[in-house]
Ligand binder design. Structure first.
Ligand code: NAD
Length: 486
């Protein structure tokens, strides 16, 4: 247990200064809810307004800073993140609940993301065109937007922040960042690496506040040009409507209800292990988590048996313990949501094959949900239609490849989807016909690389992509220059 003296006292960071004071809030450990990981001062709308003003004032100089020099600061921050990865990863685990190796890997991944976008500051930022007129030099450049609001969720508290903030800064924007209220310590740790790497005052401002209190300033302030948001559909769509009415550019990454199809010819050991990873790791709290398992009937029993063995065998426990594979869900509210879905599934007639509820015994105090396998699910069941964000795999049997694809596509979401088969033709037909932004063959729906576009179709996304070369599209705008040479 942490002693009171060791509890960090956090605050928003505006115009190069920590803004302490005001209402205090506690950041607690989901594995041991009585343990306070940090205290923090809740920002109000005035603090958010000051953050926008600071970002606005810093924009001209940051935009004029040569792109490679901006990249150099990101590279230094990456080195600091690597140096601090063990501590930052541990803080992440203590406030969010993913296991320690996952927390450290996420921190290291974020360092790689910073380096990747640093390297993009050396890429061409425009094109030269032949003009149809004599003596005209015709070229285009991608220029920064200005002040960008970045709003992030708690489930990947450092890496989603990195994959938005790194391209925003690399391409010359200044940023006001609001992380989720559940992860202020990881947010402060990430901000410090960028500040310690030499980021000038006002270029990145951190607002530790509630969405209901600071959200409107961040999305509708006249000086905010763009908003990059990752989180729930309800919040994202409401924010998009308000921001669009003010003419802002909005990028949304939202929920998922990701299917894994297991065909009769699949390697069942591989399929079960990958489905279990997608469904249970990080307690199922990934937008790309596997949630619907669609299995050809002839291998239903074999797949369910194997999946159940993983659900029962993978150690649920304190995420700091070395043998833990699955940690708690993030909060009491999230626990209530997941347990509510399990109750609903049972009343809809699903059969609980593994897990099915909250852990007891030594884990009774924490927000632990047992890895759960549900079979006998119907495609109309709530548990098969709505995002759960917990360690739950809902299994359904189908009679053909075509039925599997139709069922996989029968959702309002379209983030990630996978298929398990040895048939190359069917794998390729799946990749063609599935309506999702990410497609996996013979691997879990979760797990992505940062140098390729990331995002979903349908209601999972606003359409614009993050990461890879695609990130530049959101964070810059074109300028077309005609120079008539006398
Ligand atoms: P959430 O929508 O509750 O919160 C996301 C962020 O929005 C938080 O910082 C929150 O404080 C802020 N917010 C809340 N109300 C706001 C308002 N009125 N104005 C402005 N900001 C406001 O989501 P969450 O619970 O933190 O995260 C879980 C959700 O995120 C899941 O639905 C998950 O699928 C989704 N997610 C999507 C992706 C993706 O890339 N598609 C990745 C991770 C998580």
């Amino acid at each position: 247990m942490t002693t009171a003296a060791a509890v960090p006292d956090l605050a928003s960071f505006v115009d190069g200064e920590w803004r302490r004071g005001g209402r205090q809030a506690s950041d607690t450990n989901p594995a041991h809810p009585s343990e306070v990981v940090a205290q923090y001062a809740l920002a109000d709308a005035e603090t958010a307004t000051q953050a926008v003003a600071a970002a606005s004032a810093a924009f001209a100089a940051w935009r004029a800073t040569p792109a490679p020099a901006r990249g150099e600061i990101l590279r230094k921050a990456a080195a600091l993140l690597d140096e601090r990865a063990a501590d930052i990863g541990r803080d992440l685990t203590r406030e969010e609940g993913k296991t320690l190796p996952e927390g450290i890997r996420e921190t290291q991944l974020s360092a790689n993301i910073l380096r990747y976008f640093a390297s993009q500051t050396l890429d061409p930022d425009g094109d030269m065109y032949p003009s149809s007129k004599a003596n005209v030099l015709l070229y285009t450049r991608r220029e920064p937007l200005g002040v960008v609001s970045v709003i992030t969720p708690w489930n990947f508290p450092i890496c989603i922040a990195a994959w938005k903030i790194a391209p925003a800064l690399a391409f010359g924007n200044t940023v006001v960042w609001k992380p989720a209220e559940l992860v202020p310590l990881t947010a402060a740790n990430f901000l410090k690496t960028l500040v310690d790497a030499g980021l000038p005052q006002g270029v990145l401002n951190l607002v530790l506040g509630k969405g209901s209190e600071v959200g409107d300033v961040m999305t509708t302030h006249p000086d905010v040009v763009g908003i990059s948001f990752t989180g729930s559909n309800a919040v994202g769509r409401a924010l998009q409507a308000k921001a669009a009415a003010k003419g802002k550019r909005v990028q949304l990454e939202l929920g998922g209800k990701n299917p894994a199809i297991v065909l009769a010819d699949a390697d069942l050991d591989l399929a079960a292990e990958q489905v279990a990873r997608g469904a249970f790791l990080a307690a199922g709290q990934k937008c790309t988590a596997t949630s619907r398992v669609i299995v050809e009937r002839s291998v239903l029993g074999g797949l369910v048996d194997r999946l159940t063995a993983h659900a029962n065998g993978w150690k649920l426990g304190d995420p700091l313990a070395p043998d833990t594979i699955v940690g708690p869900v993030v909060s009491e509210q999230q626990l209530g949501t997941v347990l509510g879905y399990l109750d609903r599934a049972k009343s809809d007639g699903a059969r609980v094959v593994a897990g099915g509820g909250r852990a007891d015994g030594d884990l009774a105090d924490g927000y632990f949900v047992k890895p759960t396998v549900l079979s006998g699910v119907k495609s109309s069941d709530t548990v098969f239609r709505e995002e759960i964000f917990g360690p739950v795999a809902a299994v359904i049997a189908v009679d053909s490849f075509d039925e599997a694809i139709a069922m996989a596509n029968d959702t309002r979401y379209g983030l990630s989807a996978s298929i398990f088969t040895r048939d190359l033709g069917r794998a390729l037909r799946f990749a063609d016909r599935i309506r999702s932004g990410i497609v996996k063959v013979n691997s879990e729906t979760a797990g992505v690389e940062y140098h390729v576009p990331f995002g979903g179709t349908k209601e999972s996304s606003s359409g614009s992509r993050e990461q890879g070369k695609a990130a530049r599209e959101f964070f810059t705008e074109w300028k077309t220059v005609y120079i008539n040479i006398p």
